[in-house]
Design a protein around this ligand. Structure first.
Ligand SMILES: Cc1ncc(COP(=O)(O)O)c(C=O)c1O
Length: 397
């Protein structure tokens, strides 16, 4: 049995060819156990959480809270707020922490490498509050300009930085970024959307104040993610959304709020998704993640070398710790045409700006083709991919 057999979708054909799924940085596929857990939940235990005393409500509550337990133990975190994903988690920091702690004239630090979900919420807040946003430039070797980072920290209140770039696969020097931010008196949020699928981060040791990520990039369902928060930052947060479940009491003259994570989870939460995510954690707990990551990085590195040999420009460096992502462009063949041809042969890749337009502007391009590898991908698939790419180049260049 190969690991691939756990994923029903991977046995399907696309356009008459076996599917080779290389769009994992966008979302990963789901093992059967995740699909079954969600279906079981709806078939057997569906109810609302935290409210009724009946058996189904108890099972639903247990299923939902079990996911929080998985997250807390997987990442060694004291506070885990369940959100709709990385985007919602970052918006929660912008609204829940930012509004309560940032005033006109305060500065926050972003980088040119951020995903739009770590730029736009801050721009919205900046327009509302008059906050200054400083961007750390990306250098020609695809790394952050650390001198500029240090300079940008002066009187900054918050740093928001991507752990691993979804375009370049570059892993930023997060430990150094965190310790420099703290030395300067700033809090720091890490966008770990592309990191957690490949790495088990110990949030306590990691020492960031906030960390955001999504379930769907680590074999879990779409529509759910988490924000990990250090206790002191948690105490500084105000609710972002008001409604049911997040309150202690409500009167016509005002409300008091829950003290724990529920304070930030207003309304009926993502219960089936939480149950599915728990099943994904359980499945992943049987996988040697670091060993797979090394294997996938080697596949990405090999693929990048082959592409360079075929005349492509590759954006990224594929050093130890980097993501298994290869972004590339051909000098004459249009990316969309390329991706359509690949799709016709069963290969799923992503094209476009990957929700990182400032980074692409910095690189002087408008988009790339991106192949991203995950646990079920193999060197054999990469070799088949390169054969097709070579065929396309020979035919159309
Ligand atoms: C680095 C990074 N940050 C944030 C996101 C947004 O994640 P989501 O769409 O799950 O909220 C993504 C998704 O591609 C990402 O790659």
């Amino acid at each position: 049995m190969s690991l691939k057999d756990d994923f029903p979708i991977l046995s399907r054909e696309v356009n008459g060819h076996p599917l080779v799924y290389l769009d994992n940085a966008a979302t990963t596929q789901k093992p059967q156990v995740v699909i079954d857990a969600m279906s079981q939940y709806y078939s057997n235990s569906n109810a609302n959480v935290h409210r009724a005393v009946h058996t189904l409500a108890g099972e639903a509550t247990e299923g939902y809270e079990d996911c929080r337990r998985w997250i807390k133990s997987w990442f060694n975190a004291e506070k885990a707020i369940l959100t709709g994903g990385t985007t919602e988690a970052i918006n929660l920091v912008a609204h829940g922490w930012g509004r309560a702690n940032l005033q006109a004239g305060d500065a926050i630090v972003l980088t040119e490498m951020e995903h739009h979900s770590d730029i736009v919420p801050w721009q919205i807040l900046s327009e509302e509050r008059g906050i200054e946003i400083r961007y750390v430039p990306v250098l020609d070797d695809f790394t952050l300009d650390m001198e500029a980072y240090i300079a940008s920290l002066e009187n900054a209140k918050l740093v928001c930085v991507v752990h691993t770039s979804n375009v370049l696969g570059v892993r930023n020097p997060v430990d150094e970024l965190i310790s420099l931010a703290h030395k300067a008196g700033a809090k720091i949020l890490i966008d770990a959307a592309q990191a957690v699928p490949h790495d088990r981060i110990d949030f306590e040791q990691f020492n960031a104040d906030f960390m955001a990520f999504s379930a769907h990039k680590m074999c879990g369902p779409t529509g759910i993610g988490a924000l990990l928060v250090k206790n002191d930052a948690f105490e500084q947060m105000q609710p972002f959304m008001g409604g049911g479940d997040m309150i202690e009491s409500v009167t016509t003259s005002g409300s008091t709020y829950q003290k724990n994570e529920h304070k930030f989870e207003a309304g009926t939460p993502k219960i089936a998704e939480a149950v599915g995510w728990s099943a994904a954690f359980d499945w992943m707990s049987k996988i040697d993640l670091p060993a797979h990551h090394e294997r996938l990085l080697n596949i990405a590195k090999w693929t990048a070398e082959q592409l360079r040999g075929l005349g492509f420009t590759v954006y990224g460096r594929h050093q130890s710790g980097d993501g298994a992502v290869v972004s590339f462009l051909h000098p004459t063949i249009h990316s969309e045409d390329f991706a359509r041809f690949l799709d016709a042969k069963g290969f799923a890749v992503r094209t476009g700006h990957h929700c990182a337009q400032p980074l692409l502007n910095r690189l002087g391009i408008t988009g790339t083709i991106r192949a991203s590898f995950y646990l079920y991908n193999t060197q054999d698939e990469a070799e088949k991919f390169i054969q097709i790419v070579q065929y396309i180049v020979e035919k159309f260049a």
